[in-house]
Design a protein. Sequence first.
Length: 295
Amino acid sequence: MKAMKPACTGPLGLFGNPVEHSFSPLFMNHALSLLNLNYRYLAFAIEESSVKAAMQALRVLGFRGANVTIPFKRSVLHYLDHVDDLAQKIGAVNCILNNDGVLSGFNTDHAGFIKPLVNRGIRLNGKRALVIGAGGATRAVLTGLVDHNISHILLLNRTERNAATLIDWCAGELQFTRIDYDGPPSKLEQKALQSVDLIINSTPVGMHPDTAGAPLSGSLHFSDHQTVYDLIYNPWETMMLSRARAEGATVLNGFEMLILQGLYSLAHWFPRREREIFSLQESIVNYTRQVVAES
Ligand code: NAP
């Protein structure tokens, strides 16, 4: 089937379910306008049974690319023509490039997660991390930590079976075995918390609208040698980050990760504009934060 050429404005998109709450159309369209690129970025809520048809629509309607979010980052792998090595290793695609009907899949969550740590000069080499959660995002998190020579990982997860699957994947795909399951987050003890340098929340606990929740018990204490990174970006500061900051830890939310995975996607779609795309990071963060705060 011959691809349609968009008559004027080119389409880009986000496929997931739900997508109504997503900030991506807001900041991606802002970035496109700053770059003077005649494209529009739209969010599409689809069903699992429509993933194959949605990929065909990308080809037929001449999309330059698309992002994929929960819950299709894994299932979409079956409908792409190429998947790069990193996305293959992580087992999840969140960015698709359409080159004349040939769809290639990438994972930009990985770079989005690790860059904010690197940019702040937070060294991972030889450090110990505590990771909470064993879902899709955790695979990108673990890949980033292992790539940056983390020395040991303590894994907490509500469901032990899912933690065991992740540990097997880590040993197989990442060749990393210094990872131990330490029970559900609610059972963590102070001694174990004190033994790590970096704490990462990769669960939705504490996310809007249930902002009173926190993955770790309020009786535990952080310290000023620790970095606490919550992948949640709504609210800006989760209950866990607020406590960690008050106790002197360095804190990081998921907002920069969100913006960066989008900028890395734009760089896949418009590689000649890469330098300009990344130079916009700060202004896009500020713009998005301001619009969200006002809404
Ligand atoms: P996922 O695949 O659905 O995994 C969710 C994980 O959280 C699982 O380990 C699950 O445990 C755990 N969990 C869920 N509800 C829980 C609860 N009430 N109590 C304890 N544990 C719970 O989701 P994901 O894609 O990995 O995403 C995880 C988080 O990262 C989400 O908040 C998402 O918004 C965020 N994220 C942010 C970015 C960004 O750009 N900032 C990118 C990707 C993801 P079980 O195994 O027991 O089910």
